[in-house]
Design a protein around this ligand. Sequence first.
Ligand SMILES: [Zn+2]
Length: 260
Amino acid sequence: MSLNVYALTCGWLTLPAALLLKGEKGSLTVPVPAYLIEHPKGRVVFDTGLHLDTQTEPDRRLGRLAQYHKVGFKPGEEVAARLKSLDVAPDKIDFIINSHLHFDHSGGNEQLPNATLLIQRREWEAGHDADLIERVYYDPHDYDHGHRVKMIDGEHDVFGDGSVVCFPTYGHTPGHQSLRVRIANEYVVLTGDACYLRRTLDSLHLPTTVYDTQQMLESLHRLRAMRDAGAMIITGHDPELWKTIPQAPNRLRYAARGAG
Ligand SMILES: [Zn+2]
């Protein structure tokens, strides 16, 4: 049994490089990835990108984050449109897996109305705690849309066959998770923001803002171990790596040492 996995680019963000790599000068323009995973037992979208409002009024939508993020997001790039271009109806998605609840990972949840949300319990709870909403920069307008929510504590095998497995990579946010998928007997890891760039993994160069530095380093070591065991690592926002990733309608393929 093999999966079909499709990489979807749901817009771009231009932001100070220091946000991704502490102390770095200049700015970076980075992709906002989402993924469709087709399994015989269901369709999954891993991360949903930006809210549609950011196409027309990004400053209002992003609020205090707007000063750091310039949004490049055109009609047709939102997750629902990307799915439709693959002949997949957005209301037929069974599961949303959010790596975490930041605006560029959960903003498209509203476009997938019938999905069950799979999220680490501690992330969901953090996203509903007034103090953490403020400190960790969540916006409940991105994710509070009445989805069924299945809260996960630690690792979770979505279909029970080891092909799609959520695993905790806390640190970027309180309950961040990454996803391991098996494509033709090889492992591909979608890190989300547990690891922004290949450089993050290679040199453990952390971002400016981290919720828990110790946990983030532990997560990076876990990702490194997976890479060393042969997994292809697709980091969260690496523009150079992203150029090498086949985009839908092509299927994602395993490539050894995908993270360098
Ligand atoms: Zn992000």
